[in-house]
Each structure stands twice: as C-alpha cells, then as structure tokens.
Design a protein around this ligand. Structure first.
Ligand code: IMP
Ligand code: MG
Length: 184
C-alpha cells in the first residue's frame, strides 16, 4: 500500500464526523424508545460494523447486551452469493431475546437475508436490522432495515469501518473511494 495519507484516496466526503455523530445519536435515541422494557441484544457482524457498533451502543440509554459474529459469504469477486458460512458464531442463546443486527452497509442484502433466516431458527422474540448505510439501488434480496442511518448512491464507499481490501476502516468519516485506487 503506497498511500501515506488515506485522505488522498478519497474522491468526495459523503458524511463528515459531525454528520455521523448526529445520525448515530438519532438512531440510539429511537432504539432506546422502541426497546424500552425489552431484552435488547445488539449483534454486530464483523468487521465492517465495529466502528458503528461502538458508537451506537453508547448512544443507547437503555440496558442492552452485545455479541459478535463473523460470517463469510461465498461469491465471485465483489458480489456476495447469499450462501453464508458462520466463521464465528454468537456466544449468546437467542431464545426470548430482542435481536438487533447492527450492520455497516446494506448492499444487495444477500448476506443479511440468509443470516436472518439462520438466526430466526434460534427462536428470538424479535429480529430487526439497524444499518448505518443503505444502498437501496443495489438491492437483490427482499430485505429492508428497520433503522437506517443514511442512504448512499451506488458508489464504493470507505471509512467509519468500511473497507476496500481491508484498508480505510480507520478513516473517521465516510468517503467515496477514487476509482483509480481500485484500478491500480
Ligand atoms: P450484501 O448486502 O450481501 O451485498 O453485502 C454487504 C456487505 O458488502 C457489507 O457488509 C460490506 O462488507 C460490503 N460492501 C457493500 N458495499 C460496500 C461499499 O460501498 N464499501 C465497502 N463495503 C461494501
Ligand atoms: Mg460487512
């Protein structure tokens, strides 16, 4: 990786740190109201959602638990197939739990739609999705998120947990990656 400053690879800033904070605080407030008196468990699908998860959980004012999962979606290149393999499963029993899946971005929706089917078989009380970003134009699977931070255009975005080839996750804002970076 030749990049010395990640900023040089950003074509355009889509969401600034200030805008992200406002979005996440709003989601946290809404979730805190909706899940009052429930048994809220936040499940983050690693690694992309780790930054969002860390901020979202602190924007939630009601008690909740957290857990993590690693899945891989078989597919060729950039398209996910929807066949999900669990690499690291949850530690928690989901029976009676109000599960909120925390995702970085909902793209084709294939990964999440098969993951939800797997998790529903474990008899949680409810299953909903909170995604930081949504690319509705790209949707293939019949799935939508109950909580959406922001909709983004059909461009490759990086930062705030989102990567290109495992890089740029630590960029504190969301930007569009310069196309010349992936054609290098
Ligand atoms: P899908 O919804 O099954 O197509 O896959 C969603 C996953 O693809 C996300 O969790 C991301 O890891 C990745 N992804 C999709 N679009 C982008 C993007 O613009 N930037 C970075 N990762 C993305
Ligand atoms: Mg991901």
């Amino acid at each position: 990786m030749l990049t010395e400053n990640m900023k040089d690879d950003v074509k355009e800033v889509l969401l600034s740190e200030e805008e992200i904070k406002e979005i996440v605080d709003g989601l946290g407030k809404q979730i805190s109201e909706d899940y009052k008196g429930k048994n809220l468990v936040l499940v983050s699908v690693l690694k992309g959602s780790v930054v969002f998860m860390a901020d979202l959980m602190r924007a939630i004012s009601i008690p909740c638990s957290i857990d993590f999962m690693v899945v891989s979606s078989y597919g060729s290149g950039t398209e996910s197939s929807g066949i999900v393999k669990i690499i690291k499963d949850l530690d928690m029993d989901l029976r009676g739990v109000d599960l909120l899946i925390v995702e970085d971005i909902l793209d084709t929706g294939r990964t999440l739609s098969s993951l939800i089917n797997i998790l529903k078989m474990r008899n949680p009380n409810s299953v909903k999705i909170c995604t930081f970003l949504d690319k509705p134009e790209r949707r293939i699977a019949d799935i939508s998120a109950e909580y959406v931070g922001a909709c983004v255009p059909d461009e490759f975005v990086i930062g705030y947990g989102l990567d290109y080839d495992e890089t740029y996750r630590n960029l504190p804002y969301v930007g569009i990656l310069k196309p010349e970076v992936y054609s290098k």
